[in-house]
Structures are given as C-alpha cells and as structure tokens.
Design a protein around this ligand. Sequence first.
Ligand code: ZN
Length: 275
Amino acid sequence: MTSCFLCQGSEFRPFIREGQWQYVRCLNCSLIFLEPQPSRSYLHNHYQDYLPADPHSVERWRRLMVQVFSKTAKLIEEAVSRPGRLLDVGCGYGFFLKEMDRRGWQAEGIEISTTGLRYARDSLELDVSDQPLPRADWPDGCYDVITLFYVIEHLPDPMAVLKEVYRLLRPGGLLFLRWPHTAPIVKLLRPWAERLQLYQAPSHLFDFSPLTLYKILDQSGFHEIRTTVCGWTRPTTRGAQLAAWIFGSLGEKLAKISGDRVLLPGVSKTTLARR
Ligand SMILES: [Zn+2]
C-alpha cells in the first residue's frame, strides 16, 4: 500500500509483528493495518478452517456470544420500531440470526466459511448465502437492518463493503457493527503482545479506533454515527471470563454515565449508524 485508504497519508510506522506479518500505523490518522495484505484467494482458503465444526467448539462459540447477541437484539429493537428484514454479514454459525428470527424478524445471512454456512443452513434452518458483498443482483434499500459482528477488521476493502451496505439499507435503515479495539491492549502488553497474537495474523487486516471507525462510516455516507460499549463475551476459561466481565461491565457503565463520551480503551465497541 502506498497510501492509507482512509486519509491518503503516505507515512507509516511499524506497529507490531506477528510471525511473518507486519502491522503498521498511519502517522496521519492512526489507522493500524496489515502491510502488505495477503491475496484474496489466500484469505478465502484461510477462512475455510477458521470456524471449528465439532459440537463442543460450536457450543463454546454460542456461549461466548450469547449475551452480546441478546443485548444487541434489544438495542436494535429500541432503534427500529418494528421487526423487518435483517441481513447479518459474516453470520458464522447463525446464532444471532436465530435470535432475531425468534423475535419475528426476516433474518438472512452471508457466510463464506463452509462450516458456518452448513451449520446455519442445516442445523438452524436459516436463509444464508455463500456469496460475499457486493451483490449487484440485490436491489437498493431492501434491508431495514444490516449487522456485522467482528467482521469489519477482516475485510480487505472495508470501505467498499460499507458502501454496499449503505446501498442495501433503506433510507433511515440501521447499520450495526461490533468490532475489537485491540491497539490499546497491544501497547499495554508490550513487549509480550507479539507472542499473544492478538490480531490472529493474517485474520485482522485493520484495527480501528472510535475515531477511524467514525471516519470510514462518514466517508461511506452514513450519519447519526454513535459508538458505545454494549455487552461482553463469555470466554471458556475462568480467568478470561472474569477479565471480560470486569472490563466489559466497567466499559458499559462508563459509556452509559458519560453519554458515550468515555469509551474504555481495549474493550470491544458497538457502533450504530443510519443510512
Ligand atoms: Zn491514515
């Protein structure tokens, strides 16, 4: 990459290495990204093994996200007056879609991992496509809500996908993003961060901050952009569970009492925006 896709800045500093992979930080806008990116076909193959298929792992993943999904459902229902048509991009096994289906939504998904796709279609009987965005065959404004859970950081061209999401939402339609905010943890845990592989390189191609995420959504046409902290994951081990609960609940409370002005660095963020 000769310039930063977000600000067109051309000066970068090395940020962290994970094995053979190098992350850099744009000196102008602070966006962190993998440089160079692997090819699209490399990434496609990479994601074929990304989700485990054995029932224990699937159940672990369901439990990891169950609280995040139920809190998200409530957040969406507060923002949108009645159930409509929802698309979850990168829906994984489909547990969020199932939750929204139960709540009366017409819930559809896109998933490129064969494992996720099979589970969502066969076990949860959901309407899931294996074709990623953009979808020229889909009409403008056909969705009321589009969600992406831990997807934006994996996309080779996030701006192109967000512009397509914008096109597919009806005017006033809602975008929901859930994303990791990893850079503060990398900085805190230096020099051990390299071994922790927090970016699971080359999985995370970008690491956004509330500011860089605002910029990309603004440039993609969205408005009423609001970033907050909403819910926390439930990892398998007790220590990780405790950390997720402490930082997740603290982050949620700080966001609430400050009207989203204080967002705890390092905890996953939730961003809502309107077409
Ligand atoms: Zn930049």
